[in-house]
Design a protein around this ligand. Structure first.
Ligand code: SF4
Length: 296
């Protein structure tokens, strides 16, 4: 089996040892997704993983962090994940921790005992596409999960000791849904304990079901102004101790700060107010479209 999907990683894993786990996505039905389409889901064999670790381990310190690539390798059967972790531990016994991406449904598919076992074996961090706390936006995008299900599964990770980064797509509900989405997403995250919340701005990519929805008039994009207002509503209502990481190029504004730092948060909210007050709608649209153009 040949892997054809380019391996990707979150920016936070820039210095980690990257090991291929899977390609494609077991779900593959989110309307906005451009990532894994056209790539059949497949996973590396234990032999392939062992060979990859052997070839790369010398370039990294003994206590390296490890990121296993793929859209949702945590969907793999527990036996396979266990085998992967055993191979890594045999080759790099002092690795810091393993992390990977997961869907909410993938967590639901694991028992509490399995979650605790994986944590004990070093799988200590998951990146999770929670995307929004607004159920209507989740339904519209066919995300296959509700806010209540997100809370339920993230609390299970808390109980197991597995930390997580959650993703939030600002503007996912489309025009007119910003305020409701900002409030609902803060409400969802306030019930759980993400280590980091990463945001991106909703973008309609070509050749996705979402671009067809736009063509049929079934989805109208929120303006950049509305996205910034949604972000403000979200931050205003977010009360937990978490690191907010908005550095993604698709974000209208790239803030990074600890939500427990009241002074930093005040500065961010004031800056958002200044931007909203001082910029025209056209200027706000240009901010993101320039970055998007440079990234393509
Ligand atoms: S779960 Fe993630 S990778 Fe899979 S279709 Fe949805 S957005 Fe894409």
């Amino acid at each position: 089996m040949t892997f054809t999907e380019p391996a990707m990683r979150p920016p936070q894993e820039a210095s980690s040892l990257l090991l291929r786990a899977t390609q494609g996505c077991t779900y593959n039905k989110c309307q906005f997704c451009y990532v894994s389409r056209g790539y059949p889901f497949m996973a590396v064999t234990p032999m392939q993983l062992d060979a990859e670790v052997a070839s790369l381990q010398k370039r990294f310190p003994d206590n390296t962090a490890i990121y296993m690539t793929g859209s949702n390798p945590f969907a793999l059967p527990s036996d396979k994940l266990r085998t992967y972790l055993q191979i890594i531990a045999r080759r790099i016994p002092r690795f810091e921790r393993v992390s990977m991406q997961s869907r909410i449904a993938d967590i639901a598919g694991k028992s509490m005992e399995e979650l605790r076992e994986f944590c004990g074996m070093g799988l200590r961090h998951l990146y999770i596409g929670t995307e929004s706390g607004n159920d209507e936006a989740l339904r519209l995008m066919n995300k296959g999960q509700t806010a209540a299900q997100c809370v339920e599964q993230l609390l299970r990770l808390d109980e197991a000791g597995i930390t997580y980064t959650t993703f939030y797509i600002i503007g996912m509900g489309g025009q007119g849904a910003g305020k409701v989405s900002g409030e609902a997403t803060a409400r969802m995250f306030n019930q759980v304990h993400p280590k980091r919340i990463t945001t991106t701005g909703m973008t309609v990519f070509r050749h996705t079901p979402l671009s067809d929805m736009v063509a049929r008039g079934e989805f109208i994009e929120a303006s950049e102004r509305e996205k910034i207002e949604e972000l403000r509503t979200f931050l205003q209502n977010l009360t937990i101790d978490v690191f907010y990481d908005g550095i993604h190029y698709l974000n209208p504004l790239n803030y990074r700060f600890s939500n427990s730092d009241a002074q930093a948060k005040r500065l961010v909210l004031d800056d958002i107010d200044d931007v909203l007050r001082q910029s025209t709608d056209d200027e706000l649209e240009l901010m993101v479209s320039r970055r998007l153009k440079h990234s393509l």
